[in-house]
Design a protein around this ligand. Structure first.
Ligand SMILES: [Zn+2]
Ligand SMILES: [Zn+2]
Length: 201
């Protein structure tokens, strides 16, 4: 399913707005052969794109937004994670050139465009480019590698497994074996306190 296209021969030197919405079903199709990504897409990804053409070069830029539901790496609760990234892409006319990699050759024939090593550069051929593969790449790169529901997430207790965001547990004290000097230190502290209070009165 290729739905997100830009007609290159209609572009001008002044940017025009192109808004694309990619449904969760679209995303499912794009990643169908990828590993289980462990997330659920909550709504459409929206790509607000500006496009213009100068000479033989096509310029795209904009932002995309989306929301996914993922599992927090610390507390294992599922939470909604907002994605919001800006992007840009400069496409040159491929002319008679062939992309050096087989994937590039396939992409150029199928999508009318292919990407270089750097995601921000590529070639186009023909009058229509399909942006599905480019947008898929953008989303993939924006997905959090180690999702965390919030910076202050306390995670699960490694001993009893309770969610420390919701419940406190007493595992902290049990964790360290009592030092043989602990009793001595306690005695000394008590003695100092005694001296201090004794000196004050
Ligand atoms: Zn968490
Ligand atoms: Zn615990």
């Amino acid at each position: 399913m290729q739905t997100m296209k830009i007609q290159i021969d209609k572009l001008e030197a002044t940017p025009t707005a192109h808004v694309f919405e990619a449904s969760p079903a679209w995303w499912q199709e794009q990643v169908i052969e990828a590993r289980d990504l462990g997330h659920q897409v909550e709504g459409p990804f929206v790509f607000e794109t500006q496009a213009y053409q100068v000479g033989e070069e096509v310029f795209l830029g904009g932002t995309f937004r989306g929301t996914i539901e993922v599992e927090c790496g610390r507390c294992l609760q599922r939470y909604r994670h907002a994605l919001c990234e800006s992007f840009r892409l400069v496409l040159e006319s491929a002319g008679e050139r062939q992309p050096p990699d087989p994937d590039g050759v396939i992409a150029l024939a199928r999508d009318g465009m292919c990407l270089a090593e750097e995601l921000e550069l590529g070639w186009y051929r023909g009058q229509v480019i399909c942006l599905d593969a480019f947008f898929t790449e953008l989303i993939s790169l924006a997905l959090p590698l180690q999702p965390i529901c919030r910076e202050t997430c306390k995670g699960l207790c490694p001993h009893c497994g309770v969610d420390r965001n919701q419940t406190d547990c007493d595992c902290e004290e049990v964790k360290r074996p009592p030092s043989p000097f602990a009793a001595l230190a306690a005695l000394r502290l008590a003695g100092e306190d005694g001296e201090k209070t004794g000196g004050k009165s």
